[in-house]
Design a protein around this ligand. Sequence first.
Ligand code: UGA
Length: 313
Amino acid sequence: MKALVTGAAGFVGSTLSGRLLADGWSVVGVDALTPYYDPALKLENLDGLTGDFTLHKARLQDLDLEELLADVDVVFHQAGQPGVRASWGQEFSVYTEHNIEATQQLLEAARSAPRLRRLVYASSSSVYGDAQRYPTVETDRPAPVSPYGVTKLAGEHLCSLYAVNFGVPTVSLRYFTVYGPRQRPDMAFTRFLTAARTGGSLRLYGTGEQIRDFTFVEDVVSANVLAATQDVPAGTVLNIAGGTNVSVLAVFDIIREVSGRPLAIDRFPKSDGDVFRTGGDATRARELLGWVPQVGIEEGLRRQWEWVEARRA
Ligand code: UGA
């Protein structure tokens, strides 16, 4: 099996590429290495990948996508401009470029890809905004509260549109706050654990009572592999939610326990676009894919702490 992994040098993309290679897939990676965070960290994510792997350092829009997809069985579209907090302001075109336009170009090429059996789109819990109810089900009305969430929802709608009109075999996975080794440096756990390691202070946005359904990266990778290989209808949308409904304050307690270090906390106002709570009902992913998250928050944080510690060298 041959896969195209977009965003292959990113947090989820690189972990997924490693898993696919270990399972014997051929992997063609694409990564624009955008400067949202240090591209050197992304290239570090690719260290140690072994097997049939090639990387194109380019934007999807600048590649001949039809040629790239000519012998590909599955596309894992992980590329995107991340960052809920950074998506306000003058830089919105960066979000439309990487999250909407790139997705549309990829879907256009997918229409005529001769071997394509699945296109998995990395969607986001941020499409829900402050949800109608918890746990949130896929049919609840999406209403993003950040510009980032708007672009991820637009990308998801494009996938459904190309599935309905042209039979492109898309599956959208709504990831709920992914964490674990290689987590992006702007995300909460990497920041908190790095503060624990260095003795520096961390930033707490808001009261800390906000709740997240944190999902361990290897569980997200497994969901991708299952979405690629199980028989699901084109246009399917699934919550990929780890089932860990914990507050940020509760996370601090686990980090103190796991690291054995105190935490110095600087308080800041709640950031714009930050939802108070996420919590996904993953029943549909279980029924359609057989996906059940395996890693709980204590174990997952311990594994991310080991990674943060190992990077000290
Ligand atoms: C995360 C990802 O960053 C998004 O790309 C993704 O789309 C989204 O999950 C999702 O699930 O859809 P977020 O939940 O904000 O967004 O992830 P974290 O950066 O892990 O933040 C978790 C909580 O900690 C938020 O309430 C945030 O405000 C808070 N936080 C974050 C802090 O208090 N301090 C920080 O330094 C960073």
